[in-house]
Structures are given as C-alpha cells and as structure tokens.
Design a protein. Structure first.
Length: 285
C-alpha cells in the first residue's frame, strides 16, 4: 500500500512539473546607456506564465518611452485576465494585446499631432504542455538569439530597409525600421516556431546591445559563462559590454535558460503543419 501511494505521489508530482514552467529560469535588465537622458526601452517577463518580452520605443523624447511601456502594460494584464489559457490561446492573446497597444499608441500620437511614434517588440512564449516548442513574435529590430552547444543563432530577422531592399540602400537609411507597434493601428507581427531543448539559452535584446556588441562577442561570453555564472550576472555583463563600447542607445536584455529538469520531455516540438497553425492562431478573432 505504501509503495502504491508513493507511486501515485510521484506521478502527481511529474504531472504538476510537466504542466508548469519549472524548466525555465529567466533574468532581465534595462539600462539608459551612456548618451541618452531617458530610457525608451521596456521589458517584462513572467516565468510562471511562460512569456518574455522586450520593446524599444521610437519617436524621441518621452513618446517612445510611453509606446514601449504601453506594450509591456498590455502584456502584464494577461496572467490576471487569462490565467489558465493554453499555448495556442496564449499566442492569440498576445497578438491581440500587441495590436490593442498599437491602436492606443497610434491614437495617442494623433492626439499630440506627431507624425510617427511606436515601438519594436520581441517576445518569446513557451509551452508548458509541450516543452519542446515555443514561439517568437516580433516587429522591428529587437532580436531573439539561441545558444545551443556550439551553435549560436539569431532567430529573428530585423524589419529594416537594409533587409528588405538589399545593398542599394544608402548607409544612413539602412537601419530605418519598416515594421513597428503603433506606427499603424495594427501591426503585422512576424511569428516563428522555436525548437526548445534542455540546456538551451535564449537572449532577447534591443538594438542597444546587438549594435554595440558583436554576435561573436555575445556568443563567446554566453558560451563561457553557461552553467558557471548566474544569469542575472550574465545580463549585467552584457549590458556593461555595450556601455564599454560606447553605450550610444538604451540597452535591454533578457536571458532565459532551459533547465535539464527531470520529468520534462523536450522531444515533441512543432509539427510539419506549424506555419498553418500559427497563421490561424494569429488571425483568430
């Protein structure tokens, strides 16, 4: 009887572990940098909700700051308003919140008679039921990277003129953003399925980091510090590297590490019909 009860307790523990986000640990920080007087970046994450996000305001002065803060404010409402939704429902909910934020920012900009204001957005959502998959949602040039063993990949493409028009773009226009939250009343969010494995490290950051610190330097540091340096210290060090390189912009970074958690199966990821699934979820009511 004791052995039977112990088995049931173990099964219940495994189910609870599997249905939670105990396989992730995250830390984030934002910094004004060396040249700016205010910080137009924002970040937010909720490890228990499996959602991580950074935003980089555009438009100057306090307008960009308000835009990025609005995105974060809309996302922060989700755990209380929709606490028990599944992964697919969460994708739809996040896209809806971002588009609601876009409409609010656009209306706010019109009230101030400004030509443009907005914010980039890069978000990462994990699936508690199928830990082997996640999704990246982004607009603009804030990025998501993944470190896996010897491989370091940028999982997002910058929405800027140089990427969309190629090498013929004059240098001063190469970094002009072509997609952002708040520029229009709705935003075309790019969604990318993300494969997740134990011991992966994910980095979300604004361009204040990746424009000042090379991908090679970021890769080398994350690889060297993986498993030996607490992730909050890793975040601080990356921001310090950007400041040491000049800190010409606000700097924001979130690091998420995937733990080798017993009882969590990372084998199931996205299926072959992932693109169609994602499109349906993003276009849902």
């Amino acid at each position: 009887m004791f052995f039977y009860i112990a088995q049931l307790s173990l099964i219940a523990f495994a189910i609870n572990l599997y249905m939670s986000f105990n396989f992730t640990v995250g830390s984030g920080k934002t910094d004004v940098g060396q040249k700016r007087t205010n910080n137009e970046d924002s970040l937010w994450f909720d490890q228990d909700y499996g959602l991580y996000a950074v935003a980089d305001g555009i438009g100057g002065a306090s307008v960009g700051e308000i835009a990025s803060a609005r995105v974060v404010d809309m996302l922060q409402r989700l755990p209380a308003e929709k606490p028990d939704i599944n992964f697919e429902e969460k994708i739809t909910a996040v896209c809806q919140q971002i588009n609601d934020a876009s409409q609010w920012i656009r209306n706010y900009t019109n009230q101030l008679n400004l030509k443009v204001s907005g914010t980039t957005f890069s978000g990462l959502i994990f699936d508690a039921e199928m830990p082997g998959r996640g999704i990246s949602l982004h607009a603009g040039d804030s990025r998501l990277y993944r470190l896996r063993g010897e491989d370091f990949d940028c999982l997002t493409d910058d929405h800027c003129l140089s990427n969309e028009l190629g090498a013929d773009v004059p240098a001063q226009y190469k970094s002009v953003i072509t997609r952002a939250v708040g520029v229009k009343e709705s935003v075309n969010i790019e969604a990318t399925e993300v494969d997740v494995k134990a011991m992966d490290t994910f980095l979300l950051c604004t361009d204040g980091l990746c424009n000042m610190v090379s991908d090679e330097t970021i890769y080398n540091y994350l690889k060297e510090s993986h498993g030996t340096v607490p992730i909050d210290e890793q975040v601080t060090e990356l921001i310090e590297k950007a400041n040491q390189a000049g800190g010409f912009d606000n700097i924001t970074a979130i690091i998420v590490q995937i733990l080798p958690t017993i009882g969590v199966d990372f084998s199931d990821g996205w299926g072959e019909d992932a693109p169609a699934q994602i499109e349906a979820l993003m276009n849902k009511g």
